[in-house]
Every structure is written in structure tokens, then in C-alpha cells.
Ligand binder design. Sequence first.
Ligand code: AVJ
Length: 322
Amino acid sequence: LHLEYLLAPNLATEKEDGQDVVWGLTQPQKSLSPRYFYDDRGSQLFEQICKLPEYYPTRTEAWILQNYATQIAQMTGICELVELGSGSSSKTRLLLDAYRGLGYPLRYVPIDVSAGILKASAKQLLADYPTLQVYGLVSTYELALQKLMPTPLPSRTICFLGSTLGNFNQAQCDRFFAQVTAALQPGDYFLLGIDLQKPKDILEAAYNDSQGVTAEFNRNMLRHLNWRFGGNFDPNLFEHRAFYNASEAQIEMHLSVKRSHSVHLKALDLTVQFREGETLLTEISRKFDREQMQKYLAKQGLKLRQTWSDPNNWFGLMLAQV
Ligand code: AVJ
């Protein structure tokens, strides 16, 4: 059998895009969706973040997968792997290795808003796993989950790794889980990676790295908006700020405005005033509690089958079943 690789470009509609930008920039606390971090340059910067000494989540989750991927594969049996926010797919390789080791057929559906990184990593995967079938979707999670075709394999596992769930507030979480469970059949699985609560200094260091990569990643969102919506943000007028908000149990990343100025976004017909000292919220990264998450999953109709963690209990990987 030959490898299949299908890319559906621009599934994400531009129309749906701009509206949340207009909304976010006209609220009292200005904000933007973290998915605007991920143009091709942003995805590259994120890959650099994952290798930073201060940024523990990626290597901690990878450690869990290195140790338990075979157990996960044994529990799910033969299944199609759908990955939301697949990026470089480097952690996914640990899962693919486990399924391959058990002699299971490999079918992978990576979903990402960044076409560049999706294409490059799908090509590399096809070269490295000769029996793999890949169906990539360049899309937001919401649209891709609606577009999933029935799988020819006995079941499906939707993977949501890296604690990307932390980007969603409670209302967004509720909506997201409704979309996920709608894309699953009874017996299907959901594999979720979550960053767990831990001392503030460890958390804050992870989002304020000494090399300034996170600061660059944060400001890159403005460059992305400039080319995407014909904007004239000057990234030099914004400073990276990241801190732990303990009462909300979340890291917040802001861009702090150095001096008052206005910004115009042509394609959105929008002019925005920024005051000196005002901040633009670009990301929340929630830190979760295992027991609370288990209860929450149950409320969403997902039965927790197992949780794996690292020796420090810094990160959790949960396998749930519909
Ligand atoms: C990809 C959303 C999990 O919140 O830690 C990394 C993104 N932001 N450094 C995170 C991020 C700043 C990351 N997630």
C-alpha cells in the first residue's frame, strides 16, 4: 500500500478569523486568541521554546510518553490517531513507535493552523514510517473536528497534547469538549496532556526565558496580524510580560504598551487606540489539578481510564474513553 497524504488548504475561513480580532481589540482588557501565535515563524519559535532549559512541559510530557506510550497503545488497541495542534509532531512519534511496535496499522490525522509546519512534519513522518497513512488538515480545531471522515480503523483516538487546553477559559473548554465528543463514537478515546499546578517560580521562569525566545514569540503575534490583516503594529512599542495569576491558576502573557499610539488594521477596517502602560492579553495558560480534571471529564461524558505523570508530578497525561 502506498502512502497517502492529503492536505486541505485554507479550511479555516478568513471570515471567521477576523471577527475575534475585532472583538478582542475593542474590549476594556484588550486580548487576542493564542492561535494567532502560530504563523510559520511563530511555529518555529514555539519549537525553540520547547527546547529551552526553563520550559519543562515539552520534555516532561515526552518523558511520560517515552515511558508509557506502549501502555497507551495497548489500552486503545488499533486506532486512528487524530492530533489537534500537531505542530512538529515530535511527541507523536513516540506514540507511532508504540503502535508500530505492536504491529498495528498507522493512520494519522494531524490538524494545525500553520500550513508550513504541518506539511514539513507530515513529509518527514512519511519518510520515516513507510506504512503510515497521513491525512493532514490545515484548520482550526473547531472546523477540523466537524470535517473528520469516519475512520476505516476500529476506533479513533483524539490527542490533545502539550497542555494546549490551558489556552481555553472555562466557557471555551466547555465548547471545545462538546466538539471533541461529537467527533467520537462510543468506545473511542481522548488523550489529553495537561500542565499541573506547581510553585510559582518554576512556572514564571518557563514563560520568561533568559534567551528572550518567549518574548519574541509573544511579539511575533503582532507581525502575524500585520501581514494577515494589513496592520501596522510596531512590535518595538510592546514589551513581553508573563506572570502567574494564582487566583485563576493561570500564567498570563501580555504585551505591555510602551507609549500611547494607534494601530490600524486595514482588512478589518479597525483602528485601535493604545494607552501607555496598557496591556494586550495574548495568552492564558491554565495549570490544572488532576482530580478536578477527572471530575470535569466525567461531566463531559468521558470516562478516565488512566493518568500517567512524571516523578515530580509536573505534568499529566490522561486517557479517557467515550
Ligand atoms: C502550547 C499553549 C501549551 O501555554 O505553555 C509557551 C504556549 N506560550 N510559551 C503554553 C506557550 C509561551 C504553550 N501551549
